[in-house]
Design a protein around this ligand. Structure first.
Ligand code: FAD
Length: 462
């Protein structure tokens, strides 16, 4: 869109039927009833004013502020997320709370006073929260997401997600000494399009088509020829057959490992070897439409316990009532898996049988209230930040930097755990690189050195 606004035309290749990637909104029709759902909860948050203005210009009155309720469900009890100190004390009792306090002081001594190095994600969260609270709130859930022990997760993940947050700041907030007393922040509310997050990308698509950019959906590159310095030709599979394009410049945002596989000639063995060890965490999604007014008031709920097979649920109606027909609701259940896990090959019926006993036991909904169920699987959702990912990614990046007419961006394209605002920012930076020929450090996007929930909510211009 940035390029087209400056009068340049591009060709967009998308393998799916619909653009928007992981941030698309799906439309489910059941007779006359229409349910809309994102692929898991998609809250927009950013500290970049330009992005808010950009989206407001696309969506106008559809771009709305939504009150936020997000909780963790542990041992049958709800705990606010981000952590609320008073509630933890109330739900866990004085003895466990005292243990949390003791562990925190001990962690500050080890990591603060005695300077134990922060080598892993586990070090990072234990240093900032003490072991008991870290295990309660972060370690279990993180291990569920990544499928590897926290002691093997790179601290980059903690730096990206919880930098600047610690038990002391949570405690100060509980006493009313923190920023919580100030204006409403990203913890209290967020922006969300009336008909789903994918509306942002639908509108971008419309603008592109209207200004002469060609979008090929249900299409993919099958071979990318290069001479070591430039990409020279790309063979594309499209619904109308194979075509070859000779691009002046290429922006790629498909999984970086897949991109390398498409190159002809292939990259050097050391690069291929490094790329083969970059791992992805996949996700399985179960979507249920319900004959029920509402399940809970939460936008989403985390289930950190290892005994529960899914990690998070969300209810689209609590993002916007227009995501469901009146009097009905829907429920979205997320599982994390490797493609080698038995879960990955389960049928929809098996997954429904796996989860229903939990929802019935907790009084969420009954089998009778379930109208229809849908199962989707996505392979390249989370780039795994294991302890060696950075060196391996570095080898790949160094080689890719040698291809002059390539800019690689996005979550799968850069193998970075980032959000939609970051992908938009990377797209904007890519347009500047292409138009101005200057170098920008793409890895600074999404590496804010402060807790990502912090900060005031943006106010609309009109
Ligand atoms: C469950 C979940 C919850 C999330 N919650 C939030 C949130 O609350 N807030 C937020 O801002 N972000 C959230 N995100 C993250 C957000 O969805 C992503 O950061 C964003 O969609 C990444 O955009 P991208 O274009 O970089 O990558 P992707 O969305 O992964 O898009 C890559 C695109 O490339 C296409 N593709 C892949 N391979 C090929 C190929 N070989 N040829 C052609 N096309 C190909 C794919 O079909 C896809 O359209 C969430 C993500 C998930 C999964």
């Amino acid at each position: 869109m940035e390029l087209s606004r400056k009068g340049h035309r591009a060709t967009v290749i998308e393998r799916d039927q619909q653009i928007g990637g992981l941030a698309k909104t799906l439309t489910i029709r059941e007779g006359d009833d229409v349910f809309l759902t994102d692929i898991g909860p998609h809250r927009f948050f950013s500290k970049n004013q330009y992005l808010y203005d950009f989206i407001e210009d696309l969506l106008h009155e559809e771009w709305r502020k939504v009150p936020r309720l997000t909780r963790q469900f542990v041992d049958g009890k709800y705990f606010n997320y981000p952590v609320n100190f008073q509630q933890v004390v109330k739900n866990l009792g004085l003895l466990r709370s005292a243990r949390i306090g003791f562990d925190y002081v001990w962690a500050r001594l080890r990591y603060g006073l005695f300077k134990k190095p922060l080598r892993t994600f586990e070090d990072y969260v234990v240093a900032n929260f003490g072991r008991s609270l870290a295990e309660f709130s972060m370690i279990n859930y993180s291990e569920k997401i990544w499928g590897i022990p926290c002691a093997e997760i790179h601290p980059d993940w903690a730096k990206q997600r919880i930098s600047g947050l610690n038990l002391w700041s949570v405690f100060k907030n509980a006493l009313g000494l923190g920023s919580k007393k100030g204006p409403k922040s990203l913890v209290d509310e967020f922006y969300y399009p009336q008909f789903g997050t994918g509306r942002i990308y639908q509108e971008i698509g419309k603008h592109l088509v209207a200004t002469g950019t060609q979008i090929f959906t249900d299409s993919e590159p099958v071979r990318i020829r290069h001479d070591g310095k430039r990409i020279t030709e790309v063979d594309l599979r499209t619904p109308d057959g194979e075509i070859t394009v000779k691009p002046g410049k290429v922006v790629e945002s498909v999984p970086i490992t897949r991109f390398l596989e498409l190159l002809d000639p292939p990259p050097p063995p050391a690069v291929r070897e490094a790329a083969s060890k970059l791992r992805w965490r996949a996700q399985i999604y179960l979507f249920l439409t319900l004959d029920k007014e509402k399940v809970t008031d939460d936008n989403w709920i985390y289930f950190p316990s290892q005994d529960i097979p899914f990690g998070r649920t969300s209810e689209m109606k609590n993002f916007s009532k227009d995501m469901c027909p009146p009097g009905k609701t829907s429920f979205f259940v997320e599982f994390f898996a490797f493609e080698s896990d038995p879960l990955w090959t389960m049928t929809k019926e098996q997954v429904v049988d796996l989860v229903m006993p939990y929802f019935e036991k907790w009084g969420f909904f009954t089998r009778k209230e379930v109208r229809q169920t849908y199962l989707w699987k996505r392979p390249h959702v989370y780039p795994v930040y294991d302890s060696h990912y950075k060196e391996r990614l570095g080898v790949v990046q160094q080689w890719l930097e040698g291809i002059e007419n390539l800019v690689y961006i996005g979550r799968p394209g850069r193998f970075r755990y980032t959000n939609q605002d970051h992908s938009l920012e990377m797209g904007i930076i890519a347009s500047r690189i292409l138009l101005e020929g200057r170098k920008y450090d793409m890895d600074t996007v999404g590496s804010e050195n402060e807790y990502f929930e912090k900060g005031p909510i943006y106010e609309k211009r009109i």
